[in-house]
Design a protein around this ligand. Structure first.
Ligand code: SAM
Ligand code: FES
Length: 345
């Protein structure tokens, strides 16, 4: 196992069979070794700094019906909301004062936010905060739409591919959503010039180690700037209500492998990781992650953006989240920085 981890660090690629072995047969000892190597690589490129992104969950309306997602259109129990442009800009103002230099605008696929409306919001944020990066995470759009957002000033785009295995993709999404289109969107975003993030949930229903190996091979081919990896967590009002959650161990192993395969990638210790274990985000950082994404959404909507059950940080003010994260990172020898946090070249 150690030889394979060394080989991955040196060559940044393994075969599908070798990835499967790494993902399936890890022991406490091999995990410790993997995390140690992953930390060494992240220290080489990023030292002990941790980048922050202020997450603004601006709409929970969604036209899609992903089986795993708490804000899917068929969840009639979800209480829907949209933030106005003024509310979104106010979140940025608050975030900027707290030291955030990247704002992530995330939401369901909500047709009320037309390209025109989004372009206007992006321009306004860029005008007010030219020292900040804007990341969008608003799903699958047409090439022309992505281009318009980029030209308006958006810098980055997060679009998890969710799974790189066709059969698996069709088991967790309705027919109208395809892996082919998801991937096309990712390539379009890259071509346009965005810094692009893909990613997946660990332990989503029907996922096998073969699927995870396919994810790694796809990510190697795509060479993303960012990768979002977090555990699947069941939501009680979805078709997957009774499914088991992804595990802390397997998520951390994936984080470690991704760091060795894509040494300079921007890799968050996700909120979902913090939801399945009280110190999940700290462990994520210690497994090779280098980004955290505290919530900047207004308190009164936090509980409504419930992608999965028991999501953490839904009751805290943004300032409290920042202080809490600062302390968490300090406690493990890392430091939050006031910086856009771009990927090193
Ligand atoms: N609509 C945009 C999109 O499709 O990319 C962004 C919002 S979507 C809610 C953001 C991410 O949340 C998804 O890519 C998915 O991986 C994650 N997610 C959704 N439901 C989840 C669950 N039950 N457990 C963990 N993560 C989940
Ligand atoms: Fe659209 Fe989850 S189904 S954001």
């Amino acid at each position: 196992m150690k030889e394979l981890i060394d080989q991955l660090e040196q060559t940044q690629l393994l075969t599908k069979k070798e990835f499967e072995y790494l993902l399936q047969d890890h022991t406490e000892e091999s995990r410790e070794y993997l995390f140690e190597r992953a930390r060494a690589v992240r220290h080489k490129h990023y030292g002990s700094t941790v980048f922050t992104r202020g997450l603004i969950e601006f709409t929970n309306y969604c036209k899609n019906d992903c089986y795993y997602c708490g804000i899917r259109r068929s969840n009639t129990e979800a209480s829907r909301y949209r933030l106005t442009k003024e509310e979104i800009v106010a979140c940025c103002e608050n975030g900027h004062a707290l030291g955030f230099r990247t704002f992530v605008l995330q939401g369901g696929e909500d047709n009320a936010f037309t390209d025109e409306v989004l372009v206007d919001i992006i321009k306004e944020i860029k005008e007010n905060y030219p020292d900040c990066a804007i990341t969008l995470s608003i799903g699958e759009k047409r090439y022309e739409s992505y281009k318009a957002y980029f030209e308006a000033g958006a810098d980055r785009y997060l679009l998890r591919h969710e799974t790189a295995n066709d059969e698996h993709y069709s088991k967790i999404h309705p027919n109208e959503l395809t892996l082919e289109n998801r991937k096309k969107c990712l390539w379009d975003l890259k071509e346009i010039g965005f810094q692009v993030g893909c990613g997946l949930m660990i332990g989503s229903p029907y996922q096998t180690v073969g699927c995870l190996a396919d994810d790694l091979l796809f990510m190697h081919e795509f060479q993303p700037d960012m990768v979002g990896v977090g555990p699947f967590i069941a939501h009680h009002q979805t078709p997957f209500a009774q499914e088991s959650n992804g595990t802390l161990e397997q998520t951390l192993v994936m984080v470690g492998i991704v760091r060795l395969m894509l040494p300079k990638v921007l890799l968050p210790a996700t909120t979902a990781l913090g939801t399945i274990a009280p110190n999940g985000r700290e462990l994520g950082i210690l497994a090779g992650a280098n980004v955290v994404m505290p919530n900047l959404s207004p308190i009164n909507v936090r509980r409504k953006y419930m992608l999965y059950d028991n999501k953490i940080c839904t009751g805290d003010e943004a300032a409290e989240c920042r202080v809490c994260m600062d302390n968490r990172m300090k406690s493990i020898g890392y430091e939050l920085v006031v910086d856009r946090g771009d990927r090193v070249k």
